[in-house]
Design a protein around this ligand. Structure first.
Ligand SMILES: Cc1cc2nc3c(=O)[nH]c(=O)nc-3n(C[C@H](O)[C@H](O)[C@H](O)COP(=O)(O)OP(=O)(O)OC[C@H]3O[C@@H](n4cnc5c(N)ncnc54)[C@H](O)[C@@H]3O)c2cc1C
Length: 396
């Protein structure tokens, strides 16, 4: 047997023995936050075992809590996890955004202090980029950081800060030189959230939930040792982080199995019905199969990108993944909701005249949530601009 075939056999056996039944298929996934308690025993056990193995971040170096897998081994692990429908043990801003960014731009000290804690699910991060008036035009941001000896003093406001209320640390873009062209006066800093100068105010949505926040800084402190990259060169670091975010590699780490979604074919059989083993309605049959094929091709393309970039995140081409991936997610939920019709509404709205239960209600919430997917992480219109300029080389 080749070495890779040996690795596959060992991985399959390890997963079979160690991935508890309750960690397969849809269910909770830890993000590492010290402020959220995961109580499901199988989810907790799965996380412990994956941490010990270094497979919460399979392709990070072992010294930083990773699995040290090479590209081929990493892809084998993803395939084997997908084959048993294993959920990711950890899914966080740490593993998908700031971790890979620190691996590229962090000092040895920053890597040693922050990466192992991310890998061991000991804390969660939030992203301090957007400001009122600086969303798509992010480089116009005005949150000010002033040199104050061994630290920066930060004053200003961020907005739409997802999960800031549960985060332990923030990675943040700040203006350190207001007198140069806008891209050249930005720095990238890390700061703890639990300090007097940081105030988090939840933004309440029409649903009553508050997944994101306004974050105010009044003389907040970021230590100089937590400046990532050079002073005033933060735009390069911040852009690279966005590529990690937009790549959707996180869903690949889940083995390509989307933890929260059932097969659309199974859903169609359930809601539309079957005739001789096929989805009964020809129009839905076509739409569902087109979605399944597009989704399959998308996963293969992502996988090819991982192979070609030797396990790393591609560059500007990640904007293609962001646009296509988010539109696919919207198509999935549009189709699902259309198939269910009124059965997707909560009983309180439909007057109790439906079969809607927890799962269906969750899907309806997801359908609403994914309207935001073509906005967050940079709107899809802006991604199309990036694809035009940076991938296709079209004139500005
Ligand atoms: C659910 C959710 C979570 C978020 N989480 C975070 C977070 O954790 N941290 C964070 O920092 N930010 C976060 N954001 C903010 C997000 O990054 C911004 O909403 C996004 O970048 C768009 O900025 P904006 O809302 O200011 O819209 P604007 O920039 O005001 O854009 C308004 C509209 O104009 C279009 N537009 C703007 N410029 C152009 C252009 N040049 N060409 C074509 N069209 C253009 C946009 O596509 C959009 O449709 C989140 C947003 C959402 C919805």
């Amino acid at each position: 047997m080749s070495e890779l075939a040996d690795f596959r056999a060992e991985t399959r056996a390890w997963l079979e023995d160690n991935c508890p039944p309750g960690a397969r298929g849809p269910g909770p996934v830890s993000n590492g936050s010290t402020k959220i308690e995961i109580t499901d025993p199988d989810t907790v056990l799965w996380l412990e075992r994956m941490v010990e193995k270094g497979w919460t971040v399979p392709n990070w170096p072992v010294e930083y809590g990773g699995g040290g897998l090479d590209n081929d081994q990493y892809l084998v692990l993803l395939e084997e996890m997908a084959s048993i429908n294993a959920r990711p043990a950890l899914s966080s801003f740490g593993t998908s955004m700031i971790g890979p960014t620190l691996l590229e731009f962090g000092t040895d000290d920053q890597k040693a202090r922050h990466l192992p804690r991310i890998a061991r699910a000991e804390l969660e991060w939030c992203q301090g980029y957007s400001e009122p008036g600086s969303g798509s035009d992010l480089a116009s941001l005005s949150t000010r950081a002033v040199d104050n000896g061994d630290h920066f003093l930060i004053n200003g406001q961020k907005i739409w800060t997802s999960g800031a209320h549960n985060a332990d640390w923030m990675f943040c873009l700040v203006r350190t030189d207001p007198d140069v062209p806008k891209h050249e006066g930005i720095s990238f800093v890390l700061l703890p959230m639990d300090q007097p100068g940081v105030e988090v105010r939840p933004i309440r949505m029409i649903s009553g939930e508050s997944p994101f926040n306004e974050t105010f800084f009044t003389d907040a402190i970021a230590r100089k040792e937590d400046l990532v990259g050079e002073l005033n060169k933060g735009w390069t670091v911040g852009k690279r982080l966005l590529q990690h975010e937009r790549s959707g590699m996180e869903s690949l780490v889940s083995g390509g199995a989307k933890g929260d979604e059932m097969s659309l074919v199974d859903e169609a059989r359930r809601w539309i019905g079957e005739e001789s083993g096929a989805i009964a309605d020809a129009s839905y049959r076509n739409q569902v199969l087109k979605y399944e094929m597009d989704n399959h091709v998308f996963r293969m393309t992502q996988r090819r990108a991982v192979e070609e970039s030797e396990g790393g995140t591609p560059g500007a081409a990640t904007s293609i993944f962001k646009v296509y991936g988010t539109e696919l997610q919207q198509t999935y939920y549009d189709l699902l909701l259309k198939m269910r019709g009124v059965r997707g509404f909560p009983d309180t709205i439909s007057g109790g005249d439906t079969t809607s239960q927890g799962r269906e209600l969750e899907d309806t919430k997801q359908w609403l949530f994914y309207r935001a997917a073509s906005i967050y992480s940079g709107s899809n219109e802006v991604q199309r601009n990036i694809i035009a300029k940076r991938v296709l080389g079209l004139p500005d």
